[in-house]
Design a protein around this ligand. Structure first.
Ligand code: HEC
Length: 190
């Protein structure tokens, strides 16, 4: 009786593992950016991420969220993040909607202003596996990562000075372009 139970359980487990393997190797599992989610994918990924962030137990921000901090954060954001996450009141970047998962627009609606800055800081430091959200720890120093974390955490209550810093750069002046172009072309040939 006990033996049959064990054999039955082992067989069940083997079937489950085999089924899972077949789901991936037969091409049934989604692979393209536009494919729908796998069953339980969102729930499992979100829980795993949350558990990692809780375990990291990040201390409160070591710098104050004043205009000086947030303006520095805005400059970094424009250079490193806007390409995927967009700028306030501006056309969303093409990249945002064509990734899987989508890159959320951090200045649209509440953005991540309902997450503690520690949570965004963790995501900026470490990135988010299999999503396209890069880790910035080898590119930005700790203060810079806090500056940008405080910026996105406070996206719903920025002062005019910070908002001004987040305006897109004006397109290059057309009258100076003809002079610059030939110089570039000759440099490229060398
Ligand atoms: C190449 C595109 C790309 C760049 C560049 C990028 N991100 Fe992301 N980011 C993503 C994607 C995609 C996600 C969604 C991940 C997910 O759904 O779990 C994300 C998620 C996030 C989240 C969590 C959003 C939420 O709703 O919980 C934060 C915060 C964030 N990014 C901040 C930043 C900051 C700050 C920078 C710049 C320092 C940055 N990202 C640069 C693609 C990018």
């Amino acid at each position: 009786m006990f033996k049959t139970l064990v054999v039955g359980m082992l067989l069940g487990m083997a079937l489950l593992a085999g089924g899972g393997y077949y789901y991936f190797v037969s091409g049934m599992a989604p692979a393209a950016a536009g494919d729908p989610m796998m069953p339980f994918e969102h729930m499992l990924a979100t829980r795993s991420l949350r558990a990692h962030i809780e375990k990291a137990n990040i201390p409160p921000p070591p710098i104050a969220a004043n205009d000086e901090t947030l303006i520095a954060g805005a400059k970094l954001y424009k250079e490193n993040c806007a390409v995927c996450h967009g700028l306030p009141d501006h056309t969303p970047p093409v990249i945002a909607d064509n990734m899987f998962p989508h890159a959320p627009l951090l200045f649209k609606g509440k953005g991540v202003s309902d997450d503690p800055p520690q949570e965004s800081y963790w995501k900026i430091v470490n990135g988010i596996r299999l999503t396209g959200m890069p880790a910035f720890k080898s590119q930005l120093n700790d203060t810079q990562m806090w500056q940008v974390a405080l910026l996105v955490a406070g996206s719903d209550k920025l002062s005019d000075a910070v908002k001004k810093e987040l305006m897109p750069e004006p397109p290059p002046d057309a009258s100076t372009a003809p002079m610059a172009a030939p110089a570039k072309a000759s440099a490229a040939r060398r």
